[in-house]
Write a protein that binds this ligand. Sequence first.
Ligand code: SAH
Length: 200
Amino acid sequence: MGTVPREKFVDPGFEEYAYEDAPLSIGDGQTISQPFIVALMIEKADLDADDKVLEVGTGSGYASALISHIAMYVYSIERHERLALQARERFEKLGYGNIDVRVGDGSKGWAEAAPFDAIIVSAGAPEVPGALKEQLGPGGRLIIPVGCSDAQRLKRITRTAAATFEEEDLGGVVFVPLIGEDAWTAAHPMYTATAPRKNK
Ligand code: SAH
């Protein structure tokens, strides 16, 4: 974490807060995640040097930059075009050559690049999107905040066999909502799950 300059990932004027352990606004109602939570997610993803990783919710690009130092390649998907383009520019400027950024709905994953050794979702989902589980390779780990739009539980889902998944609870977190076809609808401020929620 010491090698990624977080001040280069925040908006102009916020540089002096870049090393506080707090989320910061990056515009479009979105935030760069709190460093502690990003570290926790990456640690729990149990990354190896030859891993192919998907990050859903590129935002500023900070988490993808961190992941790119540990894993082999990062596919990063962001629904806000402005944020995606800005992150892509940052990666170019800072010399990150192993991150591919795409504008799109990450609740559907990134099928063309699957399977992934790990998937890290940086926005809160009402349910675990099926496509993300399906795009995990054997032994793959999915780290995802799941719950209501203002508070979630961080989950780790591990693909233990072709059709078997193990789920662990990693604690309480607060993320901005994952908005997409297999997540929340964009109707703000009362987010509504796009699919009926089961057992909740
Ligand atoms: N990892 C980011 C944190 C960004 S906050 C960082 O380090 O800065 C979460 C991001 O998820 C927001 O930018 C939001 O626009 C994005 N997002 C929400 N729903 C999404 C979806 N369905 N697909 C892709 N990105 C999504």
